[in-house]
Design a protein around this ligand. Structure first.
Ligand code: DQA
Length: 145
């Protein structure tokens, strides 16, 4: 059985393609997920996709990672900056996690430069548009394969 990675996208990322394309680019979440699927095949990973606009749903999905999920690739959206609940969930399950962002969160409004989740992740990739997800998956593969 191939190692399985859960790709989690947080609030408003379902609107990619329409949402502030000057900041987040023209691609939809489906476009990004298709690119991830191609890379996953190359790397020998199985992928599952989850998007929610609700903090509790994301926490519940992370809890279920204790069985059957070997790694988490997460773009927590705005929850990045204040969700101690998501941070604690990642820490609690102990599944290797990589945080990704389309935009460079360190070059925008000050509130975006802080991630409360990055410290419980293996690392963070930020600022490369859809490529952030692909780089994040490559990094995660080094850990889970
Ligand atoms: C984001 C950056 C966050 O600050 C923002 O709230 C998002 C998207 C990114 O991918 O660049 O929703 O996570």
């Amino acid at each position: 059985m191939l190692p399985k990675v859960l790709v989690i996208n947080g609030p408003n990322l379902n609107l990619l393609g329409k949402r502030e394309p000057d900041i987040y680019g023209p691609q939809t979440l489906d476009d990004i997920n298709s690119k991830l699927a191609v890379l996953a095949k190359e790397l020998g990973l199985d992928l599952e996709f989850f998007q929610s606009n609700h903090e509790g749903e994301i926490v519940d999905r992370i809890h279920r990672c204790v069985s059957g999920i070997n790694g988490i690739l997460i773009n927590p959206g705005a929850f990045t900056h204040y969700s101690y609940a998501i941070r604690d969930a990642v820490a609690a399950v102990g599944v290797p996690c990589v945080e990704v962002h389309l935009s460079n969160i360190h070059a925008r409004e000050e509130f975006r430069s802080k991630s409360v989740i990055a410290a419980v992740c293996l690392g963070q990739v930020s600022g490369f548009g859809a490529i952030s997800y692909l780089l994040g998956l490559r990094a995660l593969a080094e850990e889970v394969i």
